[in-house]
Design a protein around this ligand. Structure first.
Ligand SMILES: *Cc1c(COP(=O)(O)O)cnc(C)c1O
Length: 233
């Protein structure tokens, strides 16, 4: 029952960090990033209380979704798309994902809007921001973000819930702090300017190596893969 122990340990660390910075652990959504993991591993995670699964490839997610959906495991699950989404995969993606974290271009947003419209669905999304130019290939530049959010807010079948970023891999998690801070600053700026109809609430940032620093900088949605399925170093 390694996965169960890993999840308990992650929750303990979230609790400790929240105690330190005075946040309510119940407001933190833990997304178990299950890419590359087997159905059996995913079931173990669900048995240990996981209700949010993150995937980065649509085809893989569709298979897992089909395997779990009509079982006792599938009912409670919220599906998150955390990886780069290709336009030709959007049709399948909007069928299964509750939240798409990776809106990284206007053509992609348009396609999501179009396919969601066909399904009569309002698709919840996050806008991905390239907080570090060197590292991540995908995401909007922070300088573009106000214009981009204005435009996407006009799409009828998309609901922008917040922002997402992938921090560069660094030796010391402290080095990721400026990127997280940047994302939080952008969210606050957008909310202050009242660009979206409703204030954006979700800050999806923090992975296995750096989630405590992300929490300290205001993350409320953590995407953890290895910490859950492999355990800490
Ligand atoms: C794989 C992945 C994660 C999880 O990474 P870990 O370092 O294993 O926690 C989080 N977000 C995205 C976008 C990923 O692709």
């Amino acid at each position: 029952m390694k996965i169960k122990e890993n999840i308990a340990e992650v929750k303990r660390r979230i609790f400790l960090t929240c105690t330190k910075i005075n946040c309510d652990p119940r407001t933190i959504t833990l997304v178990a990033v299950s890419k590359g993991r087997s159905i059996d591993e995913i079931k173990q995670a669900i048995e240990a209380g996981i209700t949010h699964l993150g995937e980065n490839r649509v085809q893989e997610a569709v298979i897992k979704y089909a395997a779990l959906r009509n079982t006792e495991y599938g009912i409670r699950i919220n599906w998150h798309m955390v990886g780069h989404l290709q336009t030709n995969k959007v049709k399948d993606a909007v069928k299964i994902f509750d939240l798409i974290h990776s809106i990284d271009s206007l053509p992609l947003a348009k396609e999501v809007d179009k396919q969601a419209n066909k399904l009569n669905k309002i698709q919840d999304v996050l806008i991905e921001i390239k907080t570090s130019p060197e590292i991540s290939k995908f995401g909007f530049n922070p300088e573009q973000i106000i214009e981009v959010i204005k435009e996407i807010s006009g799409f009828k079948n998309i609901n922008i819930k917040g922002l997402m970023t992938i921090a560069p891999r660094v030796d010391d998690p402290e080095q990721a702090r400026p990127y997280f801070r940047r994302l939080r600053g952008l969210l606050e700026e957008i909310n202050t300017k009242g660009i979206t109809q409703q204030a954006m609430r979700i800050l999806s940032m923090g992975m296995t190596e750096d989630f405590e620093v992300a929490l300290e900088e205001g993350a409320n949605m953590l995407r953890l893969g290895r910490a859950i399925f492999e355990g800490q170093k």
